[in-house]
Design a protein around this ligand. Sequence first.
Ligand code: ACM
Ligand code: ZN
Length: 506
Amino acid sequence: MKIRLIALAAALLAANSLFAQSGPKDIIPAPVQYEITQGTTRLPQAKDMDIRIGEKKFFSRIKGFGLEDWQVKSAYYLELTPKGLHIEAADQEGFFYAIQSAYMMNFVSPDIQCCKILDWPRFRHRGMMLDVSRNFQPKEFVMKQLDMMALLKMNRFHFHLVDHPGWRIQIDKYPLLTSFSAWRTKNDWQDWIADGQRFLDRKDPAAEGGFYTKKDIADILAYAAARHIEVIPEIEMPGHNYECIAAYPYLSCMDAEGKEHLKRVQELCPGNEQVYEFLQNVLKEVFAMFPSKYIHIGGDEAGKGNWAKCPVCQAKMKAEGLKSVEELQSYLIKRMEKFANDNGKTIIGWDEILEGGLAPNATVMSWRGTEGGHKAIADGHDVIFSPTQCYYLDYMQARDQYRAVGAYQPLKQTYSFEPIDENIAPENVHHVLGVQGNLWTEFVNEQWHAETMLYPRLFAIAETGWSQPEKKDYDAFRTRAMTWNKVLDYLGYCHYDLAPKEKDGN
Ligand code: ACM
Ligand code: ZN
């Protein structure tokens, strides 16, 4: 197929001349290979765009590199000459990434070195997670970050929609989740905790918060799909569910006498059949909204002390022959996995889902370091690495950073993470789906602050997710990140300021 798309030239925004010249060296993530050719060119003045998708010529160009089918779909060849722009790809996805590379150079400077780029991704999951429970963000903010993800060739947006401090997605069957559990006495998470962790009716003049309607979710999904980004929703269970219990107290455990439901607790009661009915009803509506094959079911940090005392949990453990509260959590996760699988979905869970026995088809998100991921891989499961020590974007970038989780994680540390090491047998490497950065928002209230935590560290994660390991070089990357911080200013994004070089090991 040959498409001539002269109109597309006009769609490539004319950038300010932030720098005298741009070229493939400015692209983040670094391309697999490129060659500089004679002259410079300007995209909007390109006389012609020659776009070829799915032609034999491209397949012969990438032959011999041993690419997997999903890599072939994302691969592209881009050639810029004084006469114009030539793109080859196997699929629309590769064409989209070629355009992102062209955009990237154009934003740095419209005077672009003529070049030839051949490129494809290293990992299939190049993700970013945003916690909109602790701090709600309007859909426009989410879309703005999707724009940057697309430029960085990131393709998975993990939407942390529900958690202890707020439920953020319309579920018709349980209206209190959004008329009550999405609205707080205080917008700021720390203030809310200090104020007694109270929710308010949506109509209360003091109520602060928000949620996404089904229409909002559809808008976000359409926006993401146009950028080849898959949105993976997370519905937490069986911990971090304080907001569900605040709205529907029958979901919590009973006291030791079996008289009353516990109040102000985080964990659902895995002994109670009504909990399964609630979770399945919620998931049915979530599945109807999100086309992703994945559903993230959380699974992290569930305190299990109440389960050991609750007569309903104890009865369930006896009936099912479960020997520990860890096995009780595993029982819940496995039941929910079966429900998800029966509905055509694959579950992802934080690495706690390994405890008490891993659900048979689960993908594990390794966050407490990498050990959980290594164990899951050895057992034949797919894994996404988002280890706290490198990919927790709520950690400090500078020792004097404004409000952050105490641990220190400068850009260099984020960049240093290598997901494939000697702990993974060569025959199991295909179980490494990729990498993901997580922005939790306990300490991140303002939009400028969220962007400052994301950028430029997200650049580093994008590069590890896409670029070949031998292309990684921190000093060269840092130079590009400095360039891109200037582009972020131009595009209206906030970011952490990397200068001067000596500062804080960045
Ligand atoms: C997590 O940070 N609790 C997954
Ligand atoms: Zn219970």
